[in-house]
Design a protein around this ligand. Structure first.
Ligand code: NAP
Length: 267
């Protein structure tokens, strides 16, 4: 299937590793030029180099914190490196950032909440605010927000994620309908459990908390998923590329779980 994305330009946030990188790779495979953003320059440059080598697309690496206004300004300004001019020139925006910490809500003051809301709700909204009118004016655009399974199945210890991402989800449900007449789609991808660096860290902490041997704990987590395995980031990236495709033009305002069947509901 030809996704019709050749020559498009995408901003992929938090993309030196994990799910963001997988989205960038899947888009590169479709011939999309990329602006990649992450804070650590070494991993970011390495990823940008790998993608250029493998798919021959134009890749601009911006070492910046996407949750800060200056970082966003630098990332959005990098569209000019693609000879398209301004932030409004992005055809595709994949929003992503690190997830908030786990913990007990009794320990979280408003500063902690504001940081989570900033990273996982307001940052994606600011990125959409900067890019959506350009997409609408050109009659084509794709926004994919990386959220979490926590939106549908909140985890008791991830209250910051549950709250901030649910807020984003509610906002997007309205905005997606508002911009649909202009050819812009907005969808959210909800990862279940994917084998990324973040998961590796969470598993170490989880085993410690459960008082279990690491391997036994990891196996228990795997067995709790109907597919009996963790997700491969490339599977996530493939779903992102599809949502950006011309074939997905009639899919908007949706929340797509990618979790090996872990969410037990009918809908
Ligand atoms: P990961 O493997 O740890 O990768 C995170 C990426 O984001 C890295 O490239 C990191 O680079 C970058 N990043 C983090 N904070 C950033 C910031 N403020 N500005 C710019 N770049 C930033 O994580 P992941 O597993 O791909 O997770 C991605 C998102 O999905 C997170 O929000 C996570 O909570 C959510 N999620 C993941 C899973 C899962 O199973 N993996 C499940 C549910 C939800 P630098 O550190 O160098 O900036």
């Amino acid at each position: 299937m030809n996704y019709g994305l050749e020559g498009r330009t995408a901003l992929v946030c938090a993309s030196s590793k994990g799910l963001g990188r997988a989205c960038a790779e899947a888009l590169a495979e479709e011939g999309v030029s990329l602006v990649l953003v992450a804070r650590g320059p070494d991993a970011l440059e390495g990823t940008a180099h790998d993608i250029r080598q493998r798919w021959g697309v134009q890749v601009t690496a911006v070492a910046a914190d996407i949750t800060e206004p200056q970082g966003r300004a630098r990332a959005l300004g990098a569209a000019s490196g693609h000879a398209l001019g301004t932030a409004g020139a992005f055809d595709i925006v994949v929003t992503n950032a690190g997830g908030p910490p786990a913990g007990d809500f009794r320990d979280w003051d408003t500063g902690v909440w504001q940081a989570a809301l900033n990273a996982n709700m307001l940052t994606p909204i600011e990125l959409m605010r900067a890019t959506i009118d350009g997409m609408s004016a050109r009659g084509w655009g794709r926004i994919v927000n990386i959220t979490s399974t926590a939106v549908k199945a909140p985890s008791p210890y991830l209250g910051l994620s549950n709250g901030a991402r649910a807020g984003l989800t509610g906002f997007v449900a309205g905005l997606a309908r508002q911009v649909a007449p202009t050819g812009v789609t907005i969808n959210n991808l909800l990862p279940g459990t994917f084998a990324t660096d973040r998961l590796a860290g969470n598993l170490v902490a989880g085993a410690r908390q459960a008082g279990m041997e690491h391997e036994a704990y990891v196996d228990m987590r795997r067995q709790a998923i109907p597919a009996r395995r963790f997700g491969d980031a490339a599977e996530f990236g493939a779903a992102c590329a599809f949502l950006c495709s011309r074939q997905a033009a009639y899919i908007t305002g949706q929340n797509l779980l990618i979790d090996g069947g872990a969410y037990p509901g009918t809908f």
